[in-house]
Design a protein around this ligand. Structure first.
Ligand SMILES: [Zn+2]
Length: 141
């Protein structure tokens, strides 16, 4: 059964609507000063940043690979230092609550961010995803 397109005059499903709003908010957050400040603080020398978790000094960009799509497996430059929300925007143990809560957790002040290298950030994301998956399983059983 096709998912009903109930948003944007019948053009978007609820999931599309949510993903458009999320990416618009993410775009706004790139102008968020506390986030920029977090990266500035991690900058130790030209193009080099210290990860607040593993304490390694790493370059801003490294070579990675495309994870999906036509270019899958092909090399690409990836950002190696990220301003991470110490408390995830969506608590994986709780899930989505409302846009109010989402926005409140997304736009935190400087103490809400930590600079993480790509490796540490991926590990954290993987751990959070595992918690979210276990929660969804529980909720659906
Ligand atoms: Zn690290």
């Amino acid at each position: 059964m096709a998912v009903e397109k109930i948003r944007n005059g019948g053009a978007w499903t609820e999931a599309e609507f949510n993903s458009r709003i999320t990416s618009a908010l993410r775009k706004v957050s790139s102008y968020w000063k506390p986030k920029q400040k977090c990266l500035k603080k991690a900058n130790v020398s030209r193009g080099m940043y210290r990860c607040e978790h593993c304490k390694q000094v790493v370059p801003l960009k490294i070579w990675g690979v495309w994870k999906s799509g036509k270019k899958e497996g092909k090399p690409r430059k990836i950002t190696n230092i990220l301003a991470d929300h110490i408390n995830p925007v969506v608590d994986p143990a709780v899930g989505n609550i409302s846009w109010d809560v989402y926005i409140e957790r997304m736009f935190v002040e400087e103490d809400g961010y930590q600079a993480l290298c790509h490796d540490c950030h991926s590990k954290k994301t993987k751990a959070e995803n595992a918690i979210a998956t276990a929660r969804r399983k529980r909720e659906n059983s």
